[in-house]
Structures are given as structure tokens and as C-alpha cells.
Design a binder for this molecule. Structure first.
Ligand SMILES: Nc1nc2c(ncn2[C@@H]2O[C@H](COP(=O)(O)OP(=O)(O)OP(=O)(O)O)[C@@H](O)[C@H]2O)c(=O)[nH]1
Ligand SMILES: [Mg+2]
Length: 289
């Protein structure tokens, strides 16, 4: 009987024959030019405000550094990023706003807010309240988030009357690909509550799935396999279900974390995510008019 060879359990191929998402790896220059020409859809708003939220160590600060690195063609480490794996406290404790500059040091009309990471154990309402307040423009830059208490209207860093420019036009959930299956239910619950509370305001939401290199050996070896990796697709689908953001608003990226030079394939994924974020944010600003 020739059944022996067939009885060997076959591992499913980790790679798809064709990429499931069409992606032009040569569009870096176009994306940079397009984003450099970007202008805000509202004369009263100088910059569109983008806010990053996500678990401790998900790569929020690294994403901001990677955006500036992609534009400037060299590794930028402005936002403090670090080894937080397994740490219970966020390295980023304050609300920090970052500008994005191009190679010619010109400031682009969008600012990105970096804030503390979500913790599963912190009393559920507090961090969510802080995030909602930050989204609605009530938290003034440099406010140091407290573990035991959400910001209140009595706080010196509380902006009672936020202008359109102070309000967040796009919320970005930063989720590390290698932790998607380990993220505690409380974190996803917090993200769901945030989503529910801000959807009424029509604030666009995007997921940036970082650390794709850590989640898939195929992709670690060759970033261009990101859209043929079955694992990455599955992880994105899980993020989509857990947070409630459609797949077309999920962007897998690899942040710069140990490199000393930039690479086109890293840049192009980062810039594509920024393009979607900024376009979504601009739609929101227009609606406010
Ligand atoms: N391999 C890999 N490592 C990454 C990536 N993005 C971030 N890191 C690393 O993950 C760690 C945490 O990154 P941070 O950017 O500090 O994360 P954060 O979300 O700002 O963390 P907190 O401010 O503490 O909440 C750092 O050691 C980074 O170098 C990535 O895409 N791939
Ligand atoms: Mg940080």
C-alpha cells in the first residue's frame, strides 16, 4: 500500500500564492510628494490632529519616529521609545504632540499625539476617560497621566474650550502583531468602549499593526511578503473583529527599532498608513465646517 507518504501530517503553507491586498512597493516617492502637498480641508484648522492609542509597548512612539524617518531619509528618534516588553508601566507617561517634517525640514500640516499605553489592570474607566478627553481636545500637551485618577475639569492641563484644531480628527489604534493573540480581554474591551464613545462623533479610526517582523518569520526575512503571509492576514482579521475596524482601515507596518539606515520597503508601508490616516482625518475636519 502506498499510503505511508500521504499519512504524514502536512503543515499548511504559511504563504499565499498571490498577495491578498494589492500593494505598489514602488510608490514611496509619490506618497511623499502627495503628503507634502497635503492641505487641510478647513481654513480654521492649521494642522489635523491624530492621536495614537494602544497597549504598553505596542510601538506607538516608534511609529512616530518611523514616520519622521521615512520622510527625512534617516533614522529619527525624537519620541522616546524603549524596551517595555513585560513592563507594567508605559514609557510614555505624558501627552506629547509631534510634528512631522520632511527632508527639507518643512513642517507638514499634521500633528501626532503620543500618549500612555493602555494597561489591562488599571481600573477600567480611568484610562478610557483620559483617552476620550484627549480625543476631544480637553487634555493640554505635557499633561502627565495619573494611574489613580483620570483628568478632571479642575486640572490645570484641562482645556475647557477646545478649538477645532485641538480636537482629534483620527484615532489610530496601535496594536503589536506579535501580541494580538496574547492581548488580555480587558485591553480589547477598553478599545471597544473608546470606539463606542467616539463613533457618535464620527471620528475616523484606523489600526496600525506594528511588529509584523516579530509575528511572522516569512515577513522578518522579507518584508515584501507581508501581504502573502497567511499569519499576518489572520492577525489583522482578529484585530478587525476585536476592535471593530474594517480590514481596509488596518495597516500592517514594521517600525524602525534597531536599524541605522532607512529602507524603502519599510518606508512605503509606513507612508501608506500615514496617507490613509491623514485622508481620514481631513474628511473629519471638513465635516466640522
Ligand atoms: N521588532 C520590532 N520591534 C518594534 C517595532 N515597533 C516597536 N518595537 C520595539 O518595541 C518596544 C516598544 O516600543 P515603543 O515605541 O516604546 O512602544 P510604546 O507603545 O510607545 O510604549 P509605551 O510608551 O511604553 O506605552 C521598543 O523596544 C521598540 O524598539 C516593530 O515594528 N518591530
Ligand atoms: Mg511610548
Amino acid at each position: 500500500m502506498g499510503g505511508q507518504a500521504q499519512s504524514k501530517p502536512e503543515l499548511p503553507a504559511p504563504e499565499l500564492e498571490k498577495p491578498w491586498r494589492t500593494f505598489d512597493w514602488s510608490q514611496k516617492k509619490e506618497l511623499i510628494q502627495k503628503l507634502e502637498k497635503f492641505s487641510v480641508n478647513n481654513p480654521d484648522v492649521r494642522n489635523v490632529r491624530i492621536l495614537l492609542a494602544g497597549q504598553i509597548g505596542a510601538g506607538k512612539s516608534s511609529f512616530i519616529n518611523s514616520i519622521n524617518s521615512a520622510f527625512q531619509g534617516e533614522i529619527i528618534n525624537e519620541a522616546i521609545a524603549g524596551a517595555t516588553a513585560g513592563m507594567s508601566h508605559s514609557l510614555t507617561a505624558k501627552l506629547n504632540m509631534y510634528q512631522v517634517k520632511n527632508k527639507r525640514e518643512e513642517v507638514l500640516p499634521f500633528v501626532i499625539g503620543d500618549m500612555m499605553g493602555l494597561e489591562a489592570e488599571t481600573l477600567s474607566g480611568l484610562q478610557v476617560d483620559d483617552i476620550i478627553n484627549a480625543i476631544n481636545g480637553h487634555v493640554i500637551e505635557d499633561y502627565k497621566f495619573k494611574e489613580s485618577k483620570a483628568i478632571t475639569s479642575e486640572d490645570a492641563h484641562y482645556n475647557q474650550t477646545p478649538s477645532v484644531s485641538d480636537k482629534t480628527c483620527c484615532l489610530v489604534y496601535v496594536i503589536a502583531a506579535d501580541s494580538v493573540n496574547l492581548i488580555k480581554a480587558q485591553i480589547f474591551d477598553k478599545l471597544k468602549i473608546v470606539r463606542k464613545r467616539i463613533s457618535e462623533n464620527g471620528i475616523p479610526q484606523v489600526i496600525v499593526m506594528t511588529k509584523v517582523d516579530e509575528a511572522c518569520p516569512l515577513v522578518k526575512n522579507d518584508l515584501k511578503k507581508i501581504y502573502t503571509s497567511k499569519r499576518i492576514k489572520t492577525l489583522m482579521e482578529k484585530c478587525s473583529i476585536e476592535v471593530g475596524v474594517p480590514m481596509s482601515y488596518i495597516f500592517p507596518v514594521k517600525n524602525y527599532h534597531e536599524e541605522i539606515d532607512t529602507k524603502d520597503e519599510v518606508d512605503v508601508l509606513i507612508l501608506k498608513a500615514v496617507d490613509q490616516i491623514v485622508r481620514s482625518a481631513n474628511t473629519k475636519v471638513e465635516k466640522v465646517l
